[in-house]
Design a binder for this molecule. Structure first.
Ligand SMILES: Nc1ncnc2c1ncn2[C@@H]1O[C@H](COP(=O)(O)OP(=O)(O)OP(=O)(O)O)[C@@H](O)[C@H]1O
Length: 327
């Protein structure tokens, strides 16, 4: 039988940290994501590409618990900090309310139409986005969502608060525990600003920072939650080539620190130079998943991009279309 401790111990280097199986998301009559699978291992960078409207962000939202998929499962290896519930479900069996430990009685669980057993290292995604963050998954969004009138340091400190434990009363009274946690939060936030290359911008207001710095600040704030997996939605959108190179270096650095990274991007040169594996979605379905070489040489991928409409072909930059990528 799998114990809570087993689940907590499972997160070791190279193990699967996220597994999405048969994820499907419908918006009324629109099938935005259809039966997509993805698994991500610790220490790897996985790219998610596809033409506009392919379902990338919707799939991201399912992975991070913002959307509950219409069907399919997302499972995650929780951080030790997360309290993991034993994998049981309540169900009616032979007219009686029963509590079934799924790992122990897979047949009974299956006959009651319940979730099949989960691998010992993974647990179902917690139901609320906040709990998903506490479990060890962080993300950034397509559009910058900083607190514009707060300093860089304060923005990162906000991200840290999901790991602090001072209650409302302690915070109001500013007791010793609160002051100790505040100092530790400040110290960690400064370390993260140094890590992303913003160590000298600590006191700058977010709204006054250059665009590329704001993007890095968002990543620092996401890292402040102590994730084991970070998901970045178009981290280089609107960046100039120098900022894009710096973003790429930062993502390598994050990966080298032991995290798993999933990135959505339209910039093909960036994605093929960065990722260990790439999943291409087209019209909500997985077209191909493979190494950057396999994906960029697949004629279906090129067709999916070129074939999205001749009218807007002129508007697309060369980087938006897959092809041979030079390192
Ligand atoms: N909340 C929603 N309600 C209804 N339809 C939605 C919703 N979110 C997304 N869609 C639709 O689902 C499809 C996939 O959208 P999604 O934003 O996931 O694509 P994407 O690949 O991220 O696109 P882009 O690269 O342009 O950001 C689109 O047809 C979109 O209009």
């Amino acid at each position: 039988m799998t114990t809570v401790q087993d689940v907590e111990r499972s997160a070791v280097t190279g193990e699967t940290v996220l597994e999405a199986t048969g994820v499907t998301m419908r918006f009324g009559g629109l099938l935005a994501v259809n039966d997509v699978n993805l698994s991500v291992r610790q220490g790897e960078i996985v790219g998610l590409i596809g033409p506009n409207g392919a379902g990338k962000t919707t799939f991201f939202n399912c992975l991070t618990g913002l959307y509950k998929p219409t069907s399919g499962q997302v499972r995650f290896a929780p951080s030790p900090q997360q309290k993991v519930r034993p994998p049981y479900r309540r169900a009616w069996i032979n007219g009686k309310r029963a509590r079934i430990l799924i790992e122990e009685e897979p047949d009974a669980a299956e006959s009651a139409g319940l979730t099949p057993p989960v691998p010992s290292s993974l647990a179902p995604l917690p139901p609320k986005p906040r709990a998903v963050v506490r479990a060890g998954m962080a993300r950034t969004f397509q559009n910058i969502r900083l607190f514009a009138n707060m300093t860089a340091l304060e923005n990162v400190m906000v991200g840290r608060y999901c790991r602090t434990s001072s209650g409302a009363l302690t915070s109001v009274l500013r007791g010793p525990k609160f002051r100790w946690e505040e100092a530790a939060t400040r110290k960690r936030a400064q370390e993260l600003l140094d890590f992303v290359g913003l160590g000298r911008s600590t006191e700058h207001l977010a709204r006054n920072m250059p665009y590329g710095d704001q993007r890095r600040l968002e990543i620092a704030r996401a890292l402040a939650t102590d994730p084991k997996l970070i998901l970045l939605d178009e981290p280089t959108a609107g960046m100039n080539p120098q900022e894009t190179r710096q973003a790429s270096d930062l993502i390598f650095k994050i990966r080298d620190s032991g995290l798993a990274v999933v990135v959505i991007e339209h910039d093909m040169r960036f994605i093929f130079n960065l990722c260990d594996r790439v999943l291409c979605l087209v019209q909500g379905e997985a077209l191909i998943e493979g190494t950057p070489d396999e994906v960029q040489s697949d004629p279906r991928v090129i067709e999916a991009y070129i074939g999205t409409g001749e009218d807007d072909e002129d508007e697309r930059s060369q980087d938006d279309v897959p092809g041979e990528v030079q390192p």
